[in-house]
Each structure stands twice: as structure tokens, then as C-alpha cells.
Design a protein around this ligand. Structure first.
Ligand SMILES: Nc1ncnc2c1ncn2[C@@H]1O[C@H](COP(=O)(O)OP(=O)(O)OP(=O)(O)O)[C@@H](O)[C@H]1O
Ligand SMILES: N[C@@H](CCO)C(=O)O
Length: 321
């Protein structure tokens, strides 16, 4: 369960008094998520999500994340809207952590997404990329090549505890990606973590995107590679080409990919598989036993990385030329 920082009713009521949010009726910690502490609040006015930002979120990045949600929502994307305080600030502090209130989005995330849902996610991702145009703040991707090296340096010495031979394999992968990583592809604001648990559906209709706390400026098609990794593999580790095809078609129905973006897809998929492998590996090795959070399996992403390494052409993802 992701509640790293506890809150008490007295502090919460004082925090809420800084907003036009009505009277507190109830609050409870939300079990899902691994990054931040989240609470669902009911007030006399409306339901709200309270987020306390934890270790991987830099306070200086919060204006980017909160401002982006505002920007996207103004451009018609269904995503949470940060509630301003009475003094106009979007960010406050609670229990010693930076904290914000955001609107509650109706819907549920899908435990077993099908191809039709992947198609909708592809289209929503492309819409987000277009809606992100004109956002005035920028944030480099802290979890790209350089960030991977930093994470790896902290985990490398113990990597073979997780699987024999990992130290050599991942070292070689990082070397390969740093030489071959594409440049000069269309770039803009990307979500960078659009996993199934960050997409809400009402029935079979996509109702909104949440969790913009890894959003940054990077290659747009890298975001698509993250979605292919997180939506289009089955539990047994097999890539589902029907889902991949639907996801890519959905994306291209809104924003067609260039030939250079298509060509770069296999290497971008390797990079995004490595990115989630590395954060999971670091957490696996450093999260204390008994912490109230479910650790995610790094080996799931190692298997995906190995799959992409064997891909020679983007058509293997279901892309029809
Ligand atoms: N705006 C919202 N409306 C409704 N529910 C929300 C909203 N924001 C968050 N939640 C709930 O809180 C849970 C955790 O939120 P979120 O994914 O932002 O947390 P996180 O710790 O950043 O997670 P992650 O592991 O995906 O990075 C969601 O699965 C959802 O149940
Ligand atoms: N979506 C990420 C967790 C948040 O970074 C993962 O599944 O590893």
C-alpha cells in the first residue's frame, strides 16, 4: 500500500482550510500506487484526491506536473485538475511533505485490458501529445540515458543477487543504448508512465488519464514504446501482437508516425523496458522488508527487454507499413 506519510485529522483540517473545498467529512489512504502517498477525501463540496509527494518527486518539478495537468485539462484532455488554494498556489505542505489536492476522476483501471482498450489508449496518448503543445514549462527526462546510469551505479554491485549474469548483461545494454539512442525525432511533452493503472475506463470507454508525475519533454514515440511494454504483453511474458497493432493503429489515427519514428521503435522499446527494469531493481534492492508497499518485479521488464533485443523490424510489433 502506498501511504508512506501518515496524516492526522487536525493537520488535514488546517490544510483544507486553505482551499475553498468545504468541510472534511472523511478521508482514507489509497492502497494503490508505489510512488506517492494518496488519500481520498470526501468534503461537503466534492470528492478530492490528496497527494503527498515522496522520494522520487523533486519539489522543484511540481509546478511542471501541476501546471501540465491544468494545461491538458484546458485543452480538453480528461485528466485531474489541481485545485488552487485561496491564495492561488497549487502546491501546499502537509505532514512535512509537499502536497496538492486534485479533482477526483470517475472510472476504474482495467486489470485485463483487451485490444479494443489498447486502441483507445493509443489514441488518448496521441491526443495528449497534441494537447501538450504550447505548454510553456519544460522538464528534461530524468529517467533517460543519464538517469539510467545513475540508477545502475547504485544497483550494479548487487544485480547478480537477483539473477546471475545481470551485471554483465545490463552493462552491455546500457553501452549499446548510449551509442544507438535516436535523436532528431519529434519531441514534446510525454506522460512517461502510462501503465494500465494510470488509465481509467467507465465500462469500455476510456474516461481519463492520471499520474503525471513522470511527465517530461522527450521523444513522442518513446511514450508509445512505454505503452507497448506496459499494455501489450501477457502475464506469461508473450508479446500480444493483436494488442500492439491496435495500440499503434489507435495512436496513428490521431498522430501518424514518421518513417524515422517507426524505424526507431525497437530500440525505444528496449530503452523503456530497461527504464522500468532499473527503477524496479533499485526499489527491489532498497525497499526495507515490511514497508507498506507492494514491490514490483524487475524480472518482468528484463524478459521484455530480451524480447525487444531480438526484434529486427517494427513490423514485429504489429505495425503495417
Ligand atoms: N484524480 C484521481 N481520481 C481518482 N482516483 C485517483 C486519482 N488520482 C489517483 N487516484 C487513485 O490513487 C491511486 C494511486 O494514484 P497514482 O497512480 O497517482 O499513484 P502513484 O503512487 O504515483 O502510482 P504509480 O505506481 O502508478 O506511479 C490510483 O490507482 C487511483 O486509485
Ligand atoms: N509504472 C511503474 C511504477 C511507477 O514508476 C512500474 O510499474 O514499474
Amino acid at each position: 500500500m502506498a501511504v508512506y506519510t501518515d496524516i492526522n485529522e487536525i493537520d488535514l483540517k488546517a490544510f483544507l482550510a486553505q482551499y475553498e473545498a468545504g468541510e472534511l467529512l472523511s478521508y482514507k489512504g489509497i492502497a494503490e500506487g508505489v510512488e506517492n502517498s494518496n488519500f481520498l477525501l470526501h468534503t461537503s463540496k466534492f470528492p478530492l484526491i490528496l497527494t503527498l509527494y515522496e522520494k522520487r518527486v523533486e519539489k522543484s518539478d511540481l509546478p511542471f506536473f501541476l501546471g501540465l495537468m491544468h494545461h491538458l485539462s484546458e485543452r480538453g484532455l480528461n485528466c485531474p485538475l489541481p485545485l488552487p488554494r485561496k491564495d492561488g498556489e497549487l502546491l501546499g505542505e502537509l505532514s512535512g511533505r509537499p502536497a496538492a489536492l486534485i479533482s477526483f476522476l470517475e472510472g476504474m483501471w482495467l486489470r485485463k485490458p483487451e485490444a479494443q482498450h489498447c486502441r483507445e489508449v493509443g489514441a488518448a496518448l496521441a491526443k495528449m501529445h497534441i494537447a501538450g503543445e504550447g505548454f510553456e514549462l519544460t522538464r528534461p527526462n530524468a529517467l533517460s540515458l543519464e538517469g539510467w546510469q545513475v540508477l545502475w551505479a547504485k544497483s550494479e554491485a548487487r544485480a547478480d543477487e537477483v539473477e546471475e549474469g545481470l551485471e554483465a548483461e545490463i552493462g552491455a545494454e546500457l553501452d549499446f543504448l548510449s551509442i544507438h539512442w535516436p535523436k532528431d525525432l519529434p519531441a514534446g511533452v510525454i506522460h512517461a508512465d502510462l501503465f494500465p493503472d494510470n488509465v481509467f475506463f467507465l465500462g469500455d470507454t476510456l474516461s481519463g488519464l492520471i499520474d503525471f508525475y513522470f511527465a517530461c519533454n522527450d521523444l513522442l514515440v518513446y511514450d508509445l514504446s512505454i505503452c507497448l511494454n506496459s499494455w501489450c504483453f501477457e502475464k506469461d511474458g508473450a508479446y500480444n501482437i493483436t494488442k500492439g497493432k491496435a495500440m499503434i493503429e489507435g495512436y496513428q489515427s490521431v498522430r501518424p508516425l514518421s518513417a524515422a519514428e517507426i524505424e526507431a521503435l525497437p530500440i525505444l522499446c528496449r530503452g523503456s523496458a530497461l527504464r522500468f527494469f532499473l527503477t524496479r531493481l533499485y526499489d527491489w534492492l532498497t525497499t526495507p522488508a515490511g514497508a507498506l508497499v507492494v514491490k514490483k518485479d524487475p524480472l518482468e521488464y528484463l524478459k521484455k527487454l530480451r524480447f525487444h533485443r531480438a526484434v529486427t523490424n517494427a513490423s514485429e510489433y504489429g505495425l503495417i507499413a
